[in-house]
Design a protein around this ligand. Sequence first.
Ligand SMILES: Cc1cc2nc3c(=O)[nH]c(=O)nc-3n(C[C@H](O)[C@H](O)[C@H](O)COP(=O)(O)OP(=O)(O)OC[C@H]3O[C@@H](n4cnc5c(N)ncnc54)[C@H](O)[C@@H]3O)c2cc1C
Length: 382
Amino acid sequence: VDFAWTAEQEDLHRAAREVAEHLPLAPGASGEPNPHRFAREAWDAAAAFGLTGLNAPSAYGGLGLDLLSTAHVLEGFGEGCGELGLLFSVAAHLFACCGPIAHAATDTVKDSMLPELLTGRWVGANGMTETEAGSDVMAVKSLAVRDGDAYRITGEKTMVTNGPIADVTIIYASTDPVGGYLSLSAFAVPRETSGFVIGQPLLKTGLGSSPMCSVYLDDCTVSERNLLGGEGQGALIFQASMQTERACLVAGYLGAMTRQLSQVVQFAKDRKQFGRPIGSNQAISHRIADMKLRLEAARLLVYHACWLLDHSREAMLAVSMAKLAASEAAVQAGLDAIQISGGLGVMSDTGIDQLLRDALPSTIFSGTSEMQRDIIAARLGL
Ligand SMILES: Cc1cc2nc3c(=O)[nH]c(=O)nc-3n(C[C@H](O)[C@H](O)[C@H](O)COP(=O)(O)OP(=O)(O)OC[C@H]3O[C@@H](n4cnc5c(N)ncnc54)[C@H](O)[C@@H]3O)c2cc1C
C-alpha cells in the first residue's frame, strides 16, 4: 500500500484550496454569501480551474483525472470554501450529469454537450427523485413513450440540484410500464426542450448556494438520440453515477472538516475560562481527539473507495462505508465545533455553524445513511 501523493496530485489539491479561498464564498470574504443564491461568478472561476470537468475525458475538455485524484482536488476545494453549496453543485453536475453522458450517450450528444458542460459554460443536473420515489427509485412513475424517432415523457421530478439553472438534465423515466429493474431509461434533456417545465426554487437547510427545484415533464419530447445507453439501461447508469458521486463528493466534506478542526484546536488553545485554556480540560480535548479520529477514518475509507473504483474492483461496500462515515463524521464535527465554541458557535455571523448546516443534507442525498447501512448489511450477508 502506497499512501504517498504524487507531486501533481499535491499541486492540484493545493491549487484547488487556493482557488476556493479566493472565491466570494470563501471564509472571511467580505459580506455573507446570500444563503439562497447561486454564485455564477464563483462557478465560472471554479470552471476556469477545471473543477467542472475533473474526471471527465480530456478529449471533450475534461482533465481526465482518476477518481482518487478527483476526490483529493474536491477535498482541497472543500477546505478552502466557507460554504459547500458550490462544491455540491459542481459534484451533481460532474458525477450525475457529465458522467452518464460521457459513459452512455451517443457520439452526437457527447460532441454537442460535453464540451459545453466540462468547461462549465453549461450546468448539468439529474432528476431521479419523485414525490413518491425517494430511496425507492424503482417506484418512479415518470413514463417515456416512444413516438417515431422521439420519446414523450410525462411525470414530475423533485429535489433536482441545479435544476433552476441547468442547461441539461438527466431524466430517469420508465420505458416499460410493467416495471422492474430493466424498465428505467435515462435521457439527456436540454433545458429548452418542449414540455420541460422548471418549477419554483426549493429552499433547504444548508448548501444554500446550490439551487434546487422540481421539474415537470409535460409531454416533454426528446429525440431518441438523447436516450443514454439504450432502453432499460437507466438503473445501471444511475447506479454507476451514484457510486462515483458517493465516493468523491464527500471528499469535499473531508476538506471542510480539516479546516474546522484546525480552527477548533486554535480556539481551544486561545479561549480561557477558569484561568486556563478550555482545551486543557479533558472533556474538550477528548472531544477534539474524537473529531480527528472520525475525520481520518473517513478519509481513509474515501481514498480506498476511490482507489477500488479506479482499479475496477468491487467497490459497493467500500463506497457505502465511505459515504456513511464521511457524512456522519461531518454532522458530528459540526455539532462538536458548536459545542466547543460555546455561545459563539450559534452566532450566525461567526460562520461556526456553517459546517453543520451543510452537513445535514449529506446523510440524505445520494442515498440516505439508512440505505448505506442496508447496502453494508447486505454485503455482510444479512
Ligand atoms: C441536498 C439534496 C440534494 C438532492 N439532489 C437530488 C438531485 O439532484 N436529483 C435527485 O433525483 N434527487 C436529489 N435529492 C433527493 C435524494 O436523493 C432523496 O432525498 C433521498 O434519496 C431520500 O429520499 P426521500 O427524501 O424521499 O426520503 P425517503 O426515501 O422517504 O426516506 C425517509 C426516511 O425513511 C428512511 N427509509 C426509507 N426506506 C427505508 C428502508 N427500507 N429501511 C430503513 N429506512 C428507510 C430513509 O433513510 C429516511 O430516513 C436530493 C436530496 C437532498 C437532501
